[in-house]
Ligand binder design. Structure first.
Ligand code: GRF
Length: 205
């Protein structure tokens, strides 16, 4: 399966995919990594592996739709079959979601539907988790639909919130879970083991 990845930051989730393709856990190939941030370290991670990268500057486009059209064009040019949002902090356009419906996977650092939706990204998620005082949090991999963090859930992994956790400590613990379930979800997709029934994900074990 040809995979296209969108990033905005450090790319540790991207790295987990790179590592799990190299060790043959994932039967796929990353053909292109696109970042909306020029300085995203994830671009370096991809370059080190000889994976093609693109920085596409949002400011070069007149609208979000045109920006998304450019991304779609780049992915179509490379016959991308699966799009993974790995720490990508922009919202996709309706047209993008339509173009790749059922083939866009996102990783979110909480147990959706808690602590998700507009404004819930990055450390803000963990800050709210600590503020609320929940005893467990976790990570979620889901298909992307027209909403924000609202598509069918593929995998989740629970992470314990410890007393006196700092945002940093909690973030690191959740990232570890992310680096397990994102590769697993991509593997399942590449192996054709993810089915959708009445809008719910069924995994063929
Ligand atoms: C992580 O919290 C991830 O859950 C979110 O983006 C953050 C950065 O991920 N989607 P990465 O290290 O850039 O992969």
């Amino acid at each position: 399966i040809k995979i296209g990845i969108l990033i905005s930051g450090g790319g540790t989730n991207l790295q987990s995919l790179i590592d799990n393709i190299k060790n043959k856990y994932i039967n796929g190939e990353i053909k292109l990594v696109i970042s909306n941030k020029k300085e995203a370290y994830g671009l370096e991670r991809a370059k080190k592996e000889g994976i093609e990268t693109l920085y596409i500057d949002r400011k070069s486009f007149n609208s979000e739709d045109e920006y998304n059209e450019k991304i779609i064009e780049e992915f179509k040019d490379r016959n991308i079959e699966l799009v993974v949002l790995a720490g990508y902090l922009r919202v996709l356009s309706k047209e993008f979601v339509k173009a790749y419906k059922g083939r866009i996977i996102n990783i979110h650092p909480s147990l959706i539907p808690s602590f998700c939706g507009k404004g819930y990204y990055g450390e803000k998620v963990h800050r709210e988790v600590l503020r609320y005082g929940v005893k467990v949090t976790g990570a979620t991999v889901h298909f992307v639909d027209e909403g924000t963090d609202t598509g069918p859930i593929i995998l989740q992994k629970v992470v314990e919130v410890k007393d006196n956790d700092t945002v940093e400590q909690l973030k690191e613990r959740v990232l570890k879970a992310e680096h397990e379930i994102l590769p697993e979800a991509v593997k399942l997709f590449c192996d054709g083991r993810i089915k959708l029934k009445d809008g719910k994900v069924i995994i063929l074990r």
